[in-house]
Ligand binder design. Sequence first.
Ligand code: WQD
Length: 343
Amino acid sequence: MSRSVLVTGGAGFIGSHCVIELIKDGFEVVIIDNWTNSSKECIPRLEQIAGKKITALTGDICDKQQIEKIFESFNFFAVLHLAAFKAVGESCRKPIEYFMNNVYGSLNVLEAMKKYRVKNFVFSSSCTVYGKPEYLPLDEKHPSNNDHITNPYGRSKFMVENILKDLYSSDKSWNIVILRYFNPVGAHESGLIGEDPRGEPTNLMPFISQVAVGRRSEVNIFGSDYDTKDGTGVRDYIHIFDLARGHSLAMAKLEQNPGLKIYNLGTGKGYSVLEMIRTFEKVTGLDIPKRFVPRRAGDVPSIYAISDLAEKELGWKATKNLEDMCRDMWNWQSKNPNGFECV
Ligand code: WQD
């Protein structure tokens, strides 16, 4: 039986780390990426870590022909669908682009899968589908309610989740695992791959690390008047290694024909922006200049998860702590001050 997996967005921050874990677990991987938020330089480094050649193709999930051509050339067991735009703040400014890429692009992939009878699907969803939490920590039973979602990014993920539920209701021969993850940070222990966003980082951790290497002057802290431990936003940060492990275990779950499953991938701990900055300073010995600015549109005050279901049904549990996340992020960024751009 084929164990070949198509990884959309496979050269991105999350995709590259998932590719390493999938290969480690015996899957063959084909990457498609449109390189809008990733670098081709990542591929030889993945091959160095994996110790084998990796097929990486240029493909845009919004280009039906490109996607179908790839399905014609391979006999896939499954698709790990990661390709998406994912910045909460940016999505509030560019809703049409987010719905086209994240929703229409996902429909394109699913249509090609149906045509080529590939019915195993792991979907990169997000804690943002929960909207403003009614209780914390969040479990999968918490309502994911369109009216509560605070930004187009989260709504695009919510829409795809509902497409998947309708697809499964129409045809129970599909196996679908939806992974709702929280805030992925850190980098591979080798320092060869890591987070390297195009342009100004929209997420906290890459912004902090770019300040640390002198590419940015200071961290803007979005809001200091939230009802949280120190007034700054609280999130469930998860090491990218742990997140990638969860994806590979989800892929293995598909081989058991589980039907449709939804799992949180989080640590169960919430850390504030100030705690993140202080931990990064402690681990690196650096001082990170910072200033408080008004809240960012689309942000919720606090969100963190219970992931007991993933532990019970996938055998998954986060293993790394905040210091590991900061240490590995700095190891990557200090070795690659300009990211994947050759020095
Ligand atoms: C974290 C905290 C900001 C930048 C992310 C991903 C999204 C999803 C959920 C997977 C917030 C504050 C940020 C900065 C700041 N993950 N912040 N200054 O918005 O929680 O969403 O995780 O699907 O894909 O984007 O992450 O890193 O942008 O913000 O103060 O320069 O840091 O207000 O409290 P967010 P983030």
